[in-house]
Design a protein around this ligand. Sequence first.
Ligand code: ARG
Length: 269
Amino acid sequence: MSDTRVPRRRRFLVCEPRHFAVRYSINPWMHPDTPVDVDLAQEQWHGLISAYRAHGHDVDTVEPVPGLPDMVFAANSAVVVDGRVLGSLFHAPERRPESLHYETWFTSAGYPVHRPRSVCEGEGDLVWTGRYILAGTGFRTTRDAHREAQEVLGHPVIGLTLVDPYFYHLDTALFVLDDDNIAYYPEAFSPGSREVLARLYPDAVVATREDALAFGLNSVSDGRHVFIAPRAEALAARVAEHGYVPVPVDLSELHKAGGGIKCCTQEIR
Ligand code: ARG
């Protein structure tokens, strides 16, 4: 089967963790007393960028800003579908200034940005599946923002409720393998949302809590290669059984802020 999986070339927007730190705590992973090795974070992050480029993907960068330690998590800054950009409005006041820096990048790249009126954390919670948008709520992005996303992007938005604070963004509990399938951790969702996902994706790759806690669901797939945290071994094996090719990339230093591969990656479509 692995010969039939065809990768599609992607364009990613990223931000170097030059000013990365864990200085405040806005999710259960963040402990400001834990030391962070910025050099290691940068080295690991460059490993991700090299892996993307080695697999034929284009990578653009936003200049990191001192004093914004979470700016490395580019996924949260916007969601882009068909060249339409819905920007971000962060829940945490500490992250609010990030939005304008990304907006400036998009505007100068020729993409006008629609500013959300309600808390909206970009691709962290608004996940384009290839057919519609799966939208997380419960911790960050609001239902109002889901409605706004549907209005601005013109694609159906399916709301899902997150219930476990360790999986506070949808992209920590679910990722898109290709236009037809996803991988996810059911227990991160409310019973009704779990049912919705089971109906939409009866053949989904279902992950364990261990895989999810290893940031295995914070993966990026190009339709064939799945850039995935190396500690999510069982999930990588399941993904391989389905014909995809796991590409392990370790971002353990960034996990200290509650983010992994997908969090560091904004896709420009
Ligand atoms: N410390 C960041 C926060 O809590 C991590 C964001 C991770 N990003 C993501 N797309 N899940 O907002």
